[in-house]
Design a binder for this molecule. Structure first.
Ligand code: GLN
Length: 256
């Protein structure tokens, strides 16, 4: 087998990059390169098809305001959305954040009542906040049961700012909220997961402060090419200090 390469497909990079979600691309790219794995980053814009490669692929879909979501919803409703669904059903690794996550469900309803069609990766939909409901804003600490690790429970931290309330149908939540709002501020769930597709409301950006999740996504992508590949440990002191700083502040208790 030749040198494994990773291609990060950054969906709507120029439009869906709210609150620095591009940091997720940088985190995955650097953690792969620090292990000697060459990485290409492809921006997949309006009217451009998603083109999986013959090596390892990972697809990122960042957050964006209602205006950007409306601009790209029709672009997603054709073959592009069908291709993304097929990639997920085939076990492809996808991370959708906030506005990108919302459009991975059946629909995102705007405050004006327009239902923007989603890709339907997750059995869920998102409704607008009611007149008496505030935007869901703030730091989030959530607990993830990572199936790759059996029953190991891990935590993630991030920042949320969304008006939409996501209601899960059969979709499996990604995490349980410990502090913050998550999907809708009422059912205690955060995000969604299906096979190797992850959806979350956590900006931050999410991945730099949650190195275990970054490596999980990276490993899931690489193992689709080489099922025996392992990732050598990195010195995560800075990443874990960033995680602990936010987790400690959010949970009100100092973390070592
Ligand atoms: N426009 C969506 C909402 O407000 C998503 C916002 C975002 O991506 N932060 O719910």
């Amino acid at each position: 087998m030749g040198q494994i390469r990773l291609t990060i497909h950054h969906l709507y990079a120029g439009m869906m990059n709210l609150y620095g979600d591009r940091g997720n691309v940088i985190a995955i790219k650097k953690r792969a390169e620090w292990r000697g794995i060459p990485v290409d980053v492809l921006d997949v814009g309006l009217g451009e098809n998603i083109r999986p490669t013959s090596s390892a692929d990972l697809f990122l879909f960042g957050g964006g305001q209602d205006r950007e979501q409306a601009l790209l919803a029709s672009d997603l409703s054709g073959t592009k959305g069908a291709d993304l669904r097929a990639i997920v059903e085939d076990g492809g690794v996808v991370l959708g954040v906030c506005g990108g996550y919302q459009l991975m469900g059946h629909y995102y309803e705007t405050p004006e009542g327009e239902k923007l069609p989603g890709v339907g990766v997750f059995d869920m939909h998102t409704r607008p906040r009611g007149g008496d409901e505030a935007r869901l804003i703030g730091n989030v600490l959530a607990r993830v049961r990572a199936p790759e690790d059996g029953d190991v429970v891990r935590e993630i931290v991030g920042f949320e700012n969304h008006g939409g309330r996501t209601e899960l149908g059969e979709a499996e939540p990604l995490a349980g909220v410990l502090v913050g709002y998550g999907n809708n501020g009422s059912d205690g769930t955060e995000g969604a997961r299906r096979l190797n597709a992850y959806g979350t409301y956590l900006h931050g950006s999410l991945l730099p402060k949650n190195p275990w999740l970054t490596d999980q996504l990276l490993l899931n992508a690489l193992r689709r090419v080489d099922e025996k590949i392992e990732l050598e440990p990195l010195d995560d002191a800075a990443e874990l200090a960033a995680f602990s700083s936010v987790a400690g502040r959010v949970s009100g208790r100092a973390r070592g």
